[in-house]
Design a protein around this ligand. Structure first.
Ligand SMILES: Cc1cc2nc3c(=O)[nH]c(=O)nc-3n(C[C@H](O)[C@H](O)[C@H](O)COP(=O)(O)O)c2cc1C
Ligand code: SF4
Length: 432
């Protein structure tokens, strides 16, 4: 058993853990004091040295992303806290917002200071009404105590925080869709480059960071980059909130070091498979990650590099467990329906392809599929999200990574459980 001590969630079971009084009683906001005595470049260097990688899905190095923001920008610079959390199987940011909102806010102040931002946004998922109401109070409390607003804690630095509610679209979690939505437009992702760090909100330099990423920052500042770097794998260290759901006895959010064995998460932390059934397959990083078979899942670490070697990804660390009772064709259809519903419709392969996938899979579960359909499923996923060949980097056929987020999981279902798809075909069509 590991000796890891939770960092981000260490106090969430305590009474009133969401209040300013509580947060300050455990040393909260001391990182801000330290940061205000450093230069912005020094703060960026500490975060770079920690090797913190984004917790929102893409795993991009946080300090490096900040360093792309022009130092001599004549335009205002913005920070957006991505609190949209809409990836299926992911429910960690909501926990952080409910139970440790000041930790997240302190992280926002640190990030804003580092990039030279004076107006920062929290873009919160529309359905999170309770969290929105709580954050309104938390932000007001911070203003009253000179932790936000003009001349924070008597320094030269000023910052405003604005909370903006989304309207329930998955695509508004994608950073450029989010920025469009924040500008009051339809949440249509933008073609990159330019990346938001150069041209983001209102065409100004903008950094988008996830709630959990930002929540790590006070700890990195207080305890140092070496401490953070010492937790888990060198290329992607730190504590991580793993959301385990599906066919497990004890679903929930588990804070563990990066690099934990997936089998320990499922069988120790989440109590094993419901009814002691057999494990069948796992999404390791939300529904946008390619699934792992049981054999693959029991032999992999929850680490960016290890999962990439297995042609899947850590993504949002939303672990969805499927057992022997799960019908893989139905599960695949379920996922396809979600993506067809959530496609923003800008790119033809994504808009049309996701609808075709649903039509074909529906036909299949009704027993009207053909062998050709199985090849067609591969062809359509290739056209939406490219062939899965990480070594050649042969992906990227759509404006945003939603294309891959559809193609990779769907393709993995058909590739890894082809026999189940074939069983759905009328026997005369299999023989034909
Ligand atoms: C379709 C799609 C949905 C996304 N949804 C979210 C989300 O709900 N929350 C989030 O933090 N990142 C989401 N992302 C990732 C963001 O685009 C972005 O990479 C992230 O917010 C950056 O923060 P980080 O560097 O701290 O991880 C999504 C990406 C895609 C392609
Ligand atoms: S890939 Fe899909 S979701 Fe992304 S921009 Fe294109 S149509 Fe919209």
């Amino acid at each position: 058993m590991s000796t890891f001590e939770p960092v981000l969630t260490s106090n969430i079971t305590k009474e009133n853990s969401h209040t300013l009084d509580f947060y300050q009683s455990i040393g909260g906001y001391s990182a801000i004091k330290k940061v205000l005595s450093m230069s912005p470049l020094e703060v960026i260097d500490v975060v770079k040295a920690s090797n913190l990688r984004g917790r929102g899905g893409a795993g991009f190095p946080t300090g490096l992303k900040w360093s792309f923001v022009p130092k001599d920008s004549e335009k205002p610079i913005y920070l957006i806290n991505n609190a949209d959390e809409s990836e299926p199987g992911t429910f960690k940011d909501r926990l952080l917002m409910n139970k440790a909102p000041h930790q997240m806010l302190e992280g926002m102040i640190i990030a804003s200071y580092a990039i030279g931002c004076h107006t920062s946004f929290i873009y919160i998922r529309g359905e999170f009404y309770r969290e929105y109401m709580l954050l309104e109070k938390v932000v007001a409390e911070a203003y009253e105590n000179n932790l936000l607003g003009d001349n924070i804690l008597g320094s030269d630095y000023s910052l405003d925080v604005v909370i903006h509610r989304g309207a329930g679209a998955y695509i508004c979690g994608e950073e450029t869709g989010l920025i469009e939505s924040l500008e009051g437009k339809r949440g249509w992702p933008r073609i990159k480059p330019p990346f938001p760090a150069i041209e983001g909100y209102l065409q100004c330099p903008t950094v988008v960071n996830n709630v959990e990423t930002l929540s790590c920052l006070p700890h990195i500042i207080t305890r140092g980059a070496d401490w953070f770097q010492s937790i888990g794998p060198e290329k992607g260290p730190g504590p991580r909130l793993f959301c385990v759901s599906g066919r497990v006895k004890n679903p929930g959010v588990f804070e563990e070091p990066m690099g934990i064995d997936l089998k320990d998460l499922i069988f120790e932390k989440a109590g094993g498979i419901t009814n002691d059934n057999k494990l069948k397959a796992v999404f390791p990083g939300g529904s946008s990650s390619a699934i792992l078979t049981a054999a693959e899942a029991i032999d992999v670490k929850m680490d960016f590099e290890e999962l990439a070697k297995k042609k899947t990804m850590l993504g949002s660390a939303g672990v969805i467990v499927m057992d022997e009772t799960v019908d893989m064709v139905h599960a695949c259809l379920n996922i396809a329906r979600f993506y067809a519903h959530e496609s923003c419709g800008q790119c033809t392969p994504c808009r049309e392809g996701t609808t075709w996938l649903v039509k074909m899979l529906t036909r299949m579960v009704k027993g009207r599929g053909t062998l050709k359909d199985i090849n067609m499923l591969f062809e359509i996923t290739d056209n939406i999200g490219g062939l899965i060949d990480f070594s050649k980097g042969s992906y990227g056929k759509t404006i945003c990574p939603f294309g891959e987020a559809v193609a990779w999981p769907i393709r993995s279902f058909v590739e890894k459980f082809k026999d189940e798809f074939i069983k759905y075909l009328p026997q005369e069509k299999v023989a034909a």
